[in-house]
Write a protein that binds this ligand. Structure first.
Ligand SMILES: *[C@@H]1O[C@H](CO)[C@@H](O)[C@H](O)[C@H]1NC(C)=O
Ligand SMILES: *[C@@H]1O[C@H](CO)[C@@H](O)[C@H](O)[C@H]1NC(C)=O
Length: 515
């Protein structure tokens, strides 16, 4: 099914020149372009995700040659816990780092304009006066004092239960095993149900072949999860499984919405999903809620439908209408992806049309998605964050536990160089100031930010080069004791790290949210 798509796309890319054509052929020959060319989208389609896995392994966020050997253990008391956190091998920091910090006191308010860029007349930090820390020995110059800054933020989300939400995922054993923390971040303790069909359960040859064990892993994380086995081609059956699960195991009448998501769909919070989207619709009526792809080219390819990675939400009446036709829909379908079959089935057997809702993102973005995350957007779902681009989204979104919708909220700080904080994602320093940058537009940072993205993101502004934008991106967070502090580690990695340049080091800005 991919062949026509790939050749069309590749052809278009290759037309400009013969040399480039040769290059493209080479890429095709090595098979590399398949994962990088904008090939749409594993969407509750199960087996088709195999290529995605390969790519994930290849593109570790920290280039392997950068990661220093594990640092020697130091005698107790030699290093502070904060620096010990930075010494961890997985952060891949250079031996010596430059370091500064700021303490932030969140001031909660009902009236804060979450979507505005708030001007702050003082610098966030002074990057000209950073401490130097040798992470191997913990020898350091004096650390800058943690001066306190007050920032006005929305209140944390209320602790509520969501037993009326039933999520369905079709995936594979190992992927679910590795995703428990990510699912836990939005499902743990919420009372929402997760129903997973594992397509390779019978092929699993590792030491733990049982789904019970996987189920226990999720229940230990306080996720109401049920794991079932299926055969490769039948993942569209998920709609039927969810419907029958909602009528039997989960007491009848409790479930109101079926949410079908991919195993790499990240939901920022069920509160946002419920309050901003689902509560606007009457679940006793047939509804098909979702989002188109943000790349209109994909919409042309796949049709006017809810793209699976962004999350598809069905009310029970709609699911019941298509349930008797599931076999026919699968047999007649010309596509293999679950979201595509669902589209055909809904169009063929119901009068229900797609309702496009705000805040769900399919993210057919490749390479650098920072333009999206630094735009002040307030997403409910994001996707492809560990394949087509690489960002530790669950860690980045951790700040929402402190101040709800404040994830990706923006502040502009005056200084020698202006700085823009996109909370939890990055700190961008603009040498020469940010006044000329139109922060109301999305920066087209990803590969091919063409007019195909205008329906979702336009008008775009041009990508800023490294001379105009120096980025510190969040690499990790550390929640110190429940209700204590949330430490955000933002890192500017030294360029060309593999060349041992004298004196060039990674720079770390730590923001300490005093909760
Ligand atoms: C922030 O400052 C910019 C100029 O630097 C100005 O255009 C904008 O209106 C200010 N925003 C607010 C909310 O005061
Ligand atoms: C850091 O300290 C270790 C141990 O004292 C030393 O061997 C190393 O050269 C230092 N690194 C740098 C970059 O100065």
């Amino acid at each position: 099914m991919y062949a026509p798509f790939v050749s069309q796309r590749t052809l278009k890319t290759c037309l400009p020149g013969l040399a480039f054509l040769a290059f493209c052929l080479l890429l095709l020959a090595t098979g590399k372009s398949l994962s990088g060319s904008g090939l749409p989208k594993p969407t509750f389609r199960g087996g088709a995700q195999k290529g995605l896995d390969r790519q994930e392994n290849q593109q570790h966020p920290i280039p392997p040659h950068r990661t220093p050997a594990e640092r020697p253990k130091l005698e107790p008391g030699r290093c502070t816990p904060e620096i010990e956190f930075l010494r961890r091998q997985e952060l891949g920091l250079t031996d010596n780092i430059r370091y500064t910090r700021r303490c932030i006191k969140p001031v909660y308010s009902d009236t804060v304009d979450r979507d505005a860029v708030t001007n702050v007349s003082t610098p966030l930090v002074n990057t000209a006066k950073m401490a130097t820390i040798n992470l191997t020995s913990c020898v350091r110059t004096e650390l800058p004092p943690c001066e306190r800054l007050e920032l006005h933020v929305p209140k944390p989300y209320p602790a509520k239960k969501y037993p009326h939400l039933l999520f369905g995922v079709s995936s594979r054993y190992e992927r679910m095993q590795n995703s428990v923390d990510t699912f836990g971040q939005f499902l743990s303790g919420t009372g929402a149900q997760l129903y997973v069909i594992i397509e390779d359960a019978d092929k699993q040859t590792s030491t733990d072949p049982t789904l019970t064990k996987l189920q226990q892993l999720y229940r230990d994380a306080d996720i109401q999860a049920t794991f079932k086995h299926t055969v490769d081609q039948l993942h569209f059956i998920l709609v039927r499984s969810l419907l029958s699960f909602s009528q039997t195991q989960n007491k009848p009448g409790v479930t109101k919405w079926l949410g079908i998501i991919d195993d790499d769909t990240f939901i920022t919070s069920l509160h946002a999903l419920e309050s901003r989207i689902l509560s606007q619709f009457d679940p006793s009526k047939p509804y098909w809620l979702g989002a188109l792809s943000d790349d209109f080219h994909s919409v042309n390819m796949w049709g006017f439908m809810a793209f699976g990675g962004a999350g598809v939400f069905l009310s029970l009446p709609l699911a019941s209408q298509i349930e008797p036709h599931i076999e026919t829909c699968m047999a007649r379908s010309r596509v293999q992806s679950g979201d595509g079959i669902l589209k055909e089935c809904i169009y063929r057997y119901t009068r229900t049309k797609l309702t496009i809702v705000d805040g769900l993102y399919q993210h057919d973005l490749h390479g650098d998605a920072s333009g999206f995350y630094e735009s002040g957007v307030n997403p409910v779902t994001v996707h492809h964050w560990k394949s087509w681009y690489q960002d530790p989204i669950p860690k980045m979104a951790e700040i929402s536990k402190v101040c709800g919708d404040c994830w990706l909220q923006r502040w502009k700080f005056r200084g020698i160089n202006d700085m823009l904080l996109a909370n939890g994602y990055s700190i961008a320093e603009g040498p020469g100031g940010l006044d000329k940058v139109d922060l109301s537009r999305i920066e087209g940072t990803w590969s091919h930010p063409t007019s195909q993205f205008d329906p979702s993101y336009g008008p775009l502004r041009r990508k800023l080069g490294p001379a105009r934008k120096k980025s510190y991106k969040l690499v990790d967070v550390n929640m110190v004791a429940a209700g204590g502090e949330l430490r955000q580690i933002y890192v500017h990695r030294k360029p060309d790290a593999w060349q041992a340049e004298e004196g060039v080091m990674d720079e770390v800005i730590e923001l300490i949210w005093e909760v």
